[in-house]
Write a protein that binds this ligand. Sequence first.
Ligand code: COI
Length: 352
Amino acid sequence: MSIAITRAETLKRKPDSDKLGFGQYFSDHMFLMNYDEGQGWHDARLVPYAPFLLEPAAMVFHYAQEVFEGLKAYRRADGGIQLFRPDMNIARMRVSCERLCIPPVDDALYLEAIKALVDLERDWVPSEPDTSLYLRPFIIATEPHIGVHASKSYIFAIIASPVGAYYSGGINPVKIYVETKDVRAVKGGMGHTKTGGNYAATLRAGKQVEKFGFSQVLWLDGIHRKYIEEVGAMNVFFRFGDEIATPALQGSILPGVTRDSCLAILRDWGLNVNERVIDAVELNHCDEAWGTGTAAVISPIGEISYDGRQISINNGQIGNLTQKLYDFLTGIQWGRVPDPFGWTVPVEQRTN
Ligand code: COI
């Protein structure tokens, strides 16, 4: 399927690269494609970024049948642009689609759509340190029908947003609150998928602790409320002496692309890395902690509040291993160091 291009008549003024924040600005164009039962996915196109016209009865508004992804396009020092492991996002969306009864998108067309959008929006990929063009692919159910069943029509869209650091403090250690009342997901549910409902479930706890200076909530398992799962916007890693541990994927945790990359790097460095069950009481003797995510990158954790106690991690400072990992991973992503894993994918200039 070829991708038709309709260019915007006027282009937006680009925001200053040092004031981007996260997810506030959107580029001039977006990718769209439609699905209709009997016809499959059709009409792949790049069009000016604009509001959708949807029926109020569109199923996404009522039953939250939607999936999304997040990946970034990085500006290298030589001016080139590259993606980081887009195949992982494409594969994960396939899993999310299967869980939510959404017809999957052809892998090759998906990658082509990402590349074509980034190529058209090259000027939107910022070059200030630690900035990138965040890409948000998503699929929503559009059939106007309020009976509960899988939709017969969908829109697949990719929008692009120039971003800086996800947390306003940049790479400064964040404070995390371990939530013991609300739960994010349980096995058999949708915790392993990237769907909006997983994030909606986290809003209340996040809002309650935000006013006390906590950036995020650390979620425990939904049954025992004692085993660590993830931080909603990030997976988590801990260093206990010479062991590095992250919660094992057991069906209720998002299989993060950055998580997988950190595991590969740490193992490549010959460190003792385990994916295992982590009891929240182990936080009491944790030497380093960090979150991993496409948006959050590697985000040091300086303090954890658990069961009424404030646990300071590495005296609230970024740990040596966290810093080393941050430098190496971001070095690969922005093309500052060689990529020994073959993770980066260049976006060649074609349309501009
Ligand atoms: C990402 O890291 O790309 C995500 O989708 C997390 C989101 C909550 C910003």
